[in-house]
Design a protein around this ligand. Structure first.
Ligand code: HEM
Length: 216
């Protein structure tokens, strides 16, 4: 097994990644045919996901396996809350609901954060490395489609102010993955959890797609 772990996990999720990129909801979002209401609803779902990822992060920072991945410059909850205040108004918390798929996704992240730090890494990787990559394409499209200020309110979630060089950051992140303190069996279980994380994201997209069948 000479393949670096970062390569294993990327290759194992490549197919699902392609599915996510071309899922109807994403395709419509990138194609500019969704209304801002759908984007707001999606941002709300992200809030539940990142709260699950980040609420437990403080405790995990000292964990020998997941700890090295917990980096303050990645934290997204505050940015999401600013975006939601912009999208929904100051009372954005009222009426905020998780779709069933989002609730299941967040519950699984919380479970990993609490009981299986190695599994938490799979969720961490799936979201943050994605946000640093394709997230930038989504931001650009959202700015053009709905007229948000460049890197401003509405799309702050996609702006990693404290990551000066995303390409370098991703390289370092892959090194962390390669050095993860887990044996081959646990690494395989992390890869499985990553597939599960992608599946959760796919389920959220499907529910969103159903909620916004036409442009809304
Ligand atoms: C339309 C939507 C998407 C686009 C356009 C997109 C695009 C990209 C691109 C261009 C990269 C490569 C970046 C690089 O090599 O540095 C990437 C990587 C990645 N994306 Fe996406 N993506 C999308 C959706 C998603 C979703 C929904 C997820 C999961 C929730 C995701 C997770 C990832 C991950 C984990 C990586 C890192 C792969 C690695 O190098 O290990 N992406 N994405």
């Amino acid at each position: 097994m000479d393949t670096p772990f970062s390569t294993q996990i990327r290759v194992a999720s490549q197919e699902q990644h392609a599915e996510a990129e071309t899922s109807p909801f994403m395709a419509r979002m990138l194609g500019g045919s969704l209304g801002v209401e759908a984007f707001a609803r999606y941002t709300e779902q992200l809030w539940f996901v990142y709260r699950a990822l980040e609420d437990g992060a403080g405790r995990l920072a000292g964990d020998p396996v997941a700890g090295p991945f917990v980096r303050p410059e990645l934290m997204r909850t505050a940015a999401l809350e600013r975006d939601l205040a912009h999208l929904r108004g100051v009372r954005w918390r009222e009426g905020l609901t998780a779709l069933p798929s989002t609730a299941a996704y967040a519950a699984r992240i919380e479970e990993c954060a609490r009981a299986w730090p190695a599994g938490y890494i799979a969720h961490h990787y799936t979201r943050y490395l994605g946000d640093l990559s394709g997230g930038q394409i989504i931001r650009d499209r959202a700015e053009r489609t709905w007229g948000f200020a460049r890197k401003g309110d509405g799309v702050r979630f996609y702006v990693f102010e404290e990551v000066a060089n995303p390409a370098a950051f991703k390289r370092t992140y892959r090194e962390l993955l390669d050095a993860v303190r887990a044996d081959e069996l646990v690494r395989q279980r992390i890869v499985e959890e990553c597939r599960r994380a992608f599946a959760f994201n796919g389920a959220v997209f499907r529910e969103l797609d159903q909620e916004f069948p036409l442009s809304a």
